[in-house]
Ligand binder design. Structure first.
Ligand code: SF4
Length: 78
């Protein structure tokens, strides 16, 4: 089985730009969850290094490809 990397997973978010805490934000792996959206700041992600220690995380989902610099520049001009 091919090894998976958290940095390529759609559930891995890094602080401070993508999320308040770096980690795994898969709903099943959250350490602290809140039901209400206005309490999102209190949620804590899972420890991605521990969960994916052997590189065989079953919840891995490929993150969508980021647009290249040229694609972003061309989009601005459109
Ligand atoms: S632990 Fe699994 S679900 Fe979480 S970010 Fe890593 S690969 Fe994705």
């Amino acid at each position: 089985m091919k090894k998976v990397l958290c940095k390529n997973c759609r559930h891995f978010l890094e602080a401070p730009y993508e999320a308040p805490h770096t980690g795994c934000w898969h709903p099943d792996n959250l350490q602290v969850t809140q039901k209400d959206a206005w309490l999102d700041e209190q949620q804590k992600p899972g420890d991605h290094e521990r969960i994916n220690l052997r590189g065989d995380c079953a919840q891995f989902e490929q993150a969508p490809r980021k647009a290249s610099l040229w694609e972003r520049i061309l989009r601005l001009g459109a």
